[in-house]
Design a binder for this molecule. Structure first.
Ligand code: URA
Length: 424
């Protein structure tokens, strides 16, 4: 079948069969189908959606466009977590070693930040020497020795997704549920895992701004995972305010170390524990002992061991920014808004993120000591502290940051962090 006939079929709202999807993705990966035809199909999918069966077929075709790690080549019960991305979401960093300390094996392939959302790889690279690009034998060796390893997507893993993601970025076809599901799940399923927990972010600092869309994405991810024979749970969690009290690469690694020592902020500490519980549950690992692993230091030790295996040196210290500027509260009261999107934008202005994939980032800059919704604050106390190396236009920065916060006279109830749980 010619590619244009497949595009036409999807354009007219019909269901594609498995061979049509596979042939199209194969042709695109090999370069036989050009970007303009793939863009047209992506736009047809954007407008007409896909059935759960088509989405599973698309995921399978993208996964099989590259290397699929043989689960038998990694010892133990393999379980991973994926977050759809948000502001201050550093949870993968403490979570993987915590689950490893409780007996799970976590082969985590993570991403870089793009736009206002941060990426685990950029955060880890704040640690001097940390290599995200381990060779396959090094990756397996780290998993065997430590129980967790956090690397970047290699050229061999889901190359169709790598090409298609870049194309979607410039053709306004990123926010399509079947395209997001197949993109995320093709990479995760190629890791050789047995089970997966998804953290679907919902709110101003996330892809999914409302609960209906977040629910549809979570359901699509769970259904696709189940269709591929995996145990999957999705949590929908709030992303209207940043997670934890820091945004910015090195600052978030420091918060992760605090979480691993049991001393993190209530929300990021709590979410790490909840996600660990779900990961161990889907992995079928009994009597997890999560709190003991935090209290007795084994989770922190796992992290230190993993960093060493990746060539990193925690003893060298994390980079710090030249200037720390507090943002004073204009009045006393209760924090009623701490807008994730605005804080993400401010962090981008500081140089902590990338506007385009080729941009370089400054690991030291960001925002710390963020005050959270529901907290009492007195006039003049810092709403947050800006860590700057002078890359930004200060006027634009404070024009972005100041309206991120609102202070009410009356007490404000902190919003729930976990909105819904969807289990397979
Ligand atoms: N993350 C991905 O890996 N792919 C998407 O399409 C969106 C978020």
């Amino acid at each position: 079948m010619l590619p244009q006939w497949i595009i036409e079929k999807k354009r007219d709202g019909a269901e594609l069969d498995s061979n049509e999807i596979r042939d199209f993705i194969d042709g695109y990966t090999k370069g036989d189908i050009p970007d303009y035809q793939m863009s047209a199909l992506a736009m047809a999918i954007y407008f007409n959606g896909m059935t759960p069966r088509e989405t599973a077929d698309l995921t399978l075709a993208m996964m099989e466009s590259g290397k699929v790690i043989d689960p038998d080549s990694i010892r133990g019960v393999k379980v991973d977590k994926h977050s759809t991305g948000g502001i201050g979401d550093k949870i993968s960093i403490p979570l993987a070693p915590l689950v490893a300390a409780c007996g799970g094996t976590v082969p985590m392939i993570s991403g870089r930040g793009l736009g206002i959302t941060g990426g685990t790889l950029d955060k880890l690279e704040s640690i001097a020497g940390y290599r995200v690009g381990l060779s396959e034998p090094e990756f397996f060796q780290t998993l065997k020795a430590v129980g967790c390893s956090m690397i970047g997507q290699t050229a061999e893993i889901a190359p169709a997704d790598k090409k298609l993601y870049a194309l979607r970025d410039v053709t306004a076809t990123v926010p399509s549920i079947p395209l997001i599901v197949s993109s995320i799940m093709s990479k995760k399923m190629a890791e050789g895992i047995d089970s997966l927990v998804l953290d679907v972010k919902c709110g101003s600092g996330a892809f999914m701004k409302n609960i209906e869309n977040a629910r549809a994405l979570a359901k699509g991810l769970v259904d696709t995972g189940v269709a591929m024979g995996k145990k999957v749970t999705a949590l929908i969690t709030d992303m209207n305010q940043p997670l934890g009290t820091t945004v910015g690469n090195a600052l978030e690694v420091q918060e992760s170390l605090d979480i691993l020592s049991g001393k993190g902020p209530a929300d990021s500490q709590g979410l790490t524990i909840t996600l660990a519980e779900h990961m161990l549950a889907v992995a079928g690992i009994p009597d997890p002992g999560i709190f003991q692993a935090l209290e007795n230091g084994t989770a922190l030790q796992k992290f230190e061991q993993m960093v060493t295996c990746h060539g990193g040196d925690l003893a060298a210290g994390l980079p710090t920014a030249g200037k720390q500027i507090p943002l004073p509260a204009p009045q006393s009261g209760f924090i009623s808004k701490c807008d994730a999107e605005a804080i993400g934008r401010a962090s981008l202005l500081l140089g902590a993120g990338r506007a385009k994939t080729t941009d370089t980032i400054d690991h030291a800059v960001g925002i710390s000591n963020l005050r959270k919704i529901g907290e009492r604050i007195e006039k003049g106390e810092p709403l947050c502290i800006v860590h700057s190396n002078g890359h930004e236009d200060q006027t634009a920065l404070f024009q972005t940051l100041e309206p991120a916060f609102r202070i009410a006279d009356q007490a404000v109830e902190p919003p729930p962090l976990i909105l819904e749980i969807i289990e397979s």
